[in-house]
Design a binder for this molecule. Structure first.
Ligand SMILES: NC(=O)c1ccc[n+]([C@@H]2O[C@H](COP(=O)([O-])OP(=O)(O)OC[C@H]3O[C@@H](n4cnc5c(N)ncnc54)[C@H](OP(=O)(O)O)[C@@H]3O)[C@@H](O)[C@H]2O)c1
Length: 327
């Protein structure tokens, strides 16, 4: 396992973070809590110490399952959870107000069965709450011992100037990034430069398309979000481009005797040497497979080949605009 110290903190974590979105058990196809728990046990046995979740994943179910899976290993790991996506009365709003931070935090602590959260992350910038109020509330919760540190997620370039005065106070910043999603790369790099945050990537496997198990005829059941066109990686020309990336992944995977998923994760680690990939996982088998990304490197030629095939699909497409509008 590779480990890395998070900027602006005394937290050292595995350079592999288990993603908890599928663990919410909602809109990711058929899932089973026992499978997630086995995946968490495998992660712990293999040295994974970093877990990402959010209050909104399965409306709290992901946090509950994580707590159950960790059991008495709570103190051995770093939990990162997010707040601000507030669901109620049939509506979803982004709310980073101090009142909601306090309420959301207490609910997350309860579901996670813990008295502190290592990293409490602003899921989206709400464009309403003054940044100084968000930071002051997070600092108050830190002083109270309910959180150890805080982080950012999905901060757009236009929102960055509001964050910059708090440089050094935020620890991580996550953006979508993978071989099939490069449109946030500038923001990911900018955050690190201007905020000194440790970059983290979500959608590291393109929601699964980079694992090589899907083809042009892929179709998902009603209860799987990837069925919807907004999940552009599985639709139209973007899917065809992704399958071209997969062809390159397969060749490189064979050279190293690992899976496409492991190479896709390794690409992130070698291309962005200070970043930590977050990977959504549904089973112990997927966990073992993805951990084969650790402790080796792509050759410069392989890195270059992957980067080139990845960039071929990055023109500003209609689908990209559709996706951006969803946020
Ligand atoms: N900050 C944010 O706004 C934000 C947004 C989204 C996600 N995230 C975080 O980032 C994490 C990662 O993103 P993600 O979960 O959306 O997508 P992802 O990591 O790109 O893809 C995860 C999916 O890939 C498939 N998979 C994983 N490993 C596999 C393997 N070895 N072999 C075959 N299939 C495999 C699984 O689905 P199937 O088996 O069904 O194909 C899994 O659910 C999330 O879980 C969440 O913690 C954060």
């Amino acid at each position: 396992m590779e480990y890395l110290r998070l900027n602006n903190s005394d937290l050292t974590v595995s350079r592999f973070c288990m993603g908890g979105c599928p663990m919410g058990g909602f809109d990711w196809g058929e899932t089973n809590q026992q499978d997630f728990i086995r995946a968490i046990h495998t992660a712990l046995a293999e040295g994974v110490t970093f877990f990402d979740t959010a209050d909104t994943y399965g409306l709290g179910q992901s946090e509950r399952t994580l707590a159950k899976g960790l059991g008495n290993h709570r103190k051995d790991v770093v939990i990162q959870t997010k707040f601000g996506v507030r669901v109620g009365n049939g509506k979803t709003i982004i709310d980073n107000s101090p009142t909601w931070i306090r309420e959301a935090l207490d609910r997350s602590l309860k579901r996670l069965n813990t008295d502190y959260i290592d990293l409490y992350v602003v899921h989206y910038w709400d464009k309403v709450t003054p940044p100084e109020e968000i930071v002051a509330e997070l600092e108050r919760q830190k002083a109270a011992g309910k959180i150890r540190y805080f982080g950012l997620s999905n901060v757009r370039t236009s929102e960055l100037p509001q964050c910059v005065p708090y440089k050094g106070q935020f620890v991580t910043a996550q953006h979508e990034f993978s071989l099939c999603c490069r449109r946030r790369e500038g923001e990911l790099r900018q955050m690190e430069e201007e905020m000194d945050t440790t970059p983290m990537t979500w959608g590291s496997l393109g929601q699964g398309v980079l694992t090589g198990k899907y083809n042009e005829n892929v179709s998902f059941p009603e209860n799987d979000r990837r069925r919807r066109e907004v999940y552009i990686n599985f639709h139209g020309e973007k899917l065809r481009q992704n399958l071209r990336i997969v062809e390159t992944l397969k060749k490189i995977a064979a050279n190293h005797n690992v899976s496409c998923a492991a190479v896709a994760i390794r690409f992130i680690m070698d291309y962005l040497p200070t970043a930590i990939p977050i990977t959504g996982i549904k089973s112990a088998e997927q966990m073992k497979d993805n951990l084969k990304s650790m402790d080796w490197h792509l050759s410069p030629e392989e890195l270059c080949l992957l980067n080139n095939v990845s960039l071929e699909g990055e023109q500003e497409s209609e689908e990209n605009i559709l996706w951006q509008k969803a946020f």
